[in-house]
Structures are given as C-alpha cells and as structure tokens.
Design a binder for this molecule. Structure first.
Ligand code: UDP
Ligand code: MG
Length: 323
C-alpha cells in the first residue's frame, strides 16, 4: 500500500488551520478505510515563515494527531519554495504526494480520483479547474491572458492548473534534480515527462482569511514563469531589428525620392537614412548578444538533459519468476 503525503504550504493561515487540518485528515481516513493508501499516510504543513499563530497551530495539530507533520521554514520564501521544501521533505517518507493550498479552495474530494489515476500508472496528476466563475472578472482576465502569453512564448503549462497536483515519489525525485532557483513549478512539471493525467474540479472561495497573492506577487510569478522558461523575448529583439532594417530600405527609397524632388532641407536625407539603418543594426546586434546570453542562461540552470522512464536491463530468468 502506498504512503500518501498531503503537502500544504501555509503563510499566515491561522484562520484556516483547524478547518484545513480536519478536512485533510478526513480525506486520509476515508482513503485508508477504502484501502487506497497506507495507514501511516500523513498531512505535512509547511509554515512559510508566518507572522501569526500558524506555527503554534501546526504544533498543536501535530501533538493531537499522529498523522500531522509540520515543517517550519526559517523565513518567508514564497509559495513555490515552501511547496518545494515540503515535497522534497515528504519524498523521503512517502510514496506519493498531493500538494494543496491551506485555504481549501481546491476540492479535496478529487484527491481520491487522483490516487486512482496514480494507481493506473500516472506519475503526475494535475488538478484542473473546470471554470473560473468564482473569480472576479479581473482575476479571470489576467489569468487567461497569462496562460495565452505563456503558450505564445513556447512554455508548456497545463491550462487552468495551479499547484494542486499529485506526484509520485519518482516524479518528486526527478523534480528535485532541477536545481534552478527561479522556481515556477507549473512550468517544470511538464519537463519531467512521465505519464500524466488530469482531474477536474470546481474551485471554491477561500474558507477563511485573505488571499496571500496580491496583484504584485501574481505579476512577479507570471514574469518569472516566462523568463525562467523562455528565451523567446530575446529572439523578438532580433526579429524587431531585422524588421527595422527592412523598413530602413523603404525609408531610404522615400528619403532619396524626397531628396531628388528637392523638397527637403539640407542634411535631412543622410540623417534619416543613418537613424533607421543604424537603429536596425543595433537591435540585431543586441539580439545576437542576447542569443548568447540566452544560451548561457540555459546552461547555468544545469537542468537534467533527459529523464529515464524505464530501463529494460537483464531479463529475469523464467525459473526465478515462478519462484
Ligand atoms: N503561501 C505561502 N507563502 C506565501 C504566500 C502564500 O506558502 O508567501 C500559501 C498560502 O498559505 C496558501 C497558498 O500558498 O496555502 C496559496 O495562497 P493563496 O490562497 O493566498 O493564493 P490564491 O488562492 O488567492 O491565489
Ligand atoms: Mg487560495
């Protein structure tokens, strides 16, 4: 039987800790009763340097319930890092993890479906929101633009999936080999490459407390997502430069025509020609330097170059099998 770890990053979540712990323990007990997970499965709360009573509440839950573990980070490092800390800690004492927010916006009822899909052989199961009706128009609009922009920039992400996801132990293992510091988990998961599937759910309102993701943090996450996964913006500079050089030839035709029809002040023609042409040349040069920087950037990440899924090595002899 597989040992499940529910990994929950918490930042200033004193308002939801009790409710959250109860709901998640309920999920564990239900799955244990249905014999889908091992009896020593647990919830791991990661306190991301909260300034309120979150950690005391986690300690209390741990004291009262044997299936609650707690991990306290030394300061606030942000959701993505807190989650990573939790996953890597849980990796060594579990077979499968499910990451979920403390505010219970994600539907705990689909965890069972995730486990089923895990048993069917999927290493990563993404929780995907069915619709965004519970969001404000603004949040919906910004989120959708973000997914579109990501796709345009060539970053693979799962549409409408946040960080509610199941990962097998070997998926976490593989993930921990991505040693980059600019974390954007949603973009990293598809790179792992194991078999994946999705479950669909409706995202609810927060049970209590307030969102810890103000617009500023959301924009930072979006920018990080693009800049950590794509060097396309650099290619755009080159393309723009080439475009401007082409335009400079058109400008040249116009400037020379004006010159010969004698409708210009002295010096205008040479000035216009130089500005356009040199502008284009400069952009292309910056783009070119950028291409090299882009390569250096990709190299310094030292991402694994491939992930092995299976290795059919020596065959077990048939006698051995029958034993
Ligand atoms: N969170 C965290 N560190 C932070 C900010 C948020 O660990 O610096 C946690 C937070 O406690 C919650 C999850 O990340 O469990 C998602 O945050 P929130 O629900 O505020 O985001 P929203 O759902 O509003 O996008
Ligand atoms: Mg939330």
């Amino acid at each position: 039987m597989d040992r499940l770890a529910l990994v929950v990053p918490c930042y200033n979540e004193e308002a939801v800790m009790k409710i959250s712990s109860e709901a998640l323990r309920g999920v564990l007990e239900d799955l244990i009763r249905k014999k889908k997970i091992a009896e020593d499965s647990f919830v791991l709360f990661v306190d991301d340097g909260s300034k309120d009573r979150t950690w005391e509440l986690i300690e209390e839950e741990h004291r009262l319930h044997s299936n609650v573990k707690g991990l306290k980070l030394a300061g606030n490092v942000g959701h993505q890092f807190a989650l990573t800390a939790g996953l890597i800690t849980a990796r060594d004492c579990s077979d499968v993890t499910v990451s979920i927010d403390a505010d219970l916006q994600d539907d705990v009822a689909v965890i069972e479906e995730m486990i089923d899909k895990f048993h069917e052989g999927n290493d990563i199961v993404y929780g995907v929101r069915k619709d965004r009706s519970s969001d404000t128009f603004f949040k919906r609009f910004t989120a959708q633009s973000f997914y579109k922009l990501m796709a345009m920039m060539g970053v693979k992400t799962v549409y409408n999936h946040a960080d509610f996801r199941l990962m097998s132990r070997r998926a976490v293992e593989q993930f921990s080999k991505y040693r980059e510091t600019n974390l954007f988990l949603r973009g990293m998961m598809p790179l792992i490459g194991y078999q994946t599937d999705c479950v669909y759910y409706e995202r609810k309102e927060r049970v209590a407390g307030e969102s810890k993701y103000p617009l500023k943090k959301m924009l930072a996450l979006a920018f990080n997502g693009i800049s950590s996964f794509s060097v396309k913006p650099i290619s755009l500079i080159t393309t723009l430069g080439i475009g401007i050089i082409v335009l400079s030839f058109l400008a040249a035709v116009y400037a020379l025509w004006s010159y010969f029809t004698g409708r210009v002040t002295a010096g205008w023609t040479s000035l216009i020609l130089s500005i356009w042409f040199l502008g284009g040349v400069q952009l292309v040069s910056i783009g070119l330097i950028g291409q090299y920087i882009g390569k250096i950037y990709i190299e310094v990440k030292q991402r694994p170059r491939y992930n092995i899924e299976t290795f059919l090595d020596e065959r077990e002899s048939s006698e051995n099998k029958e034993q």
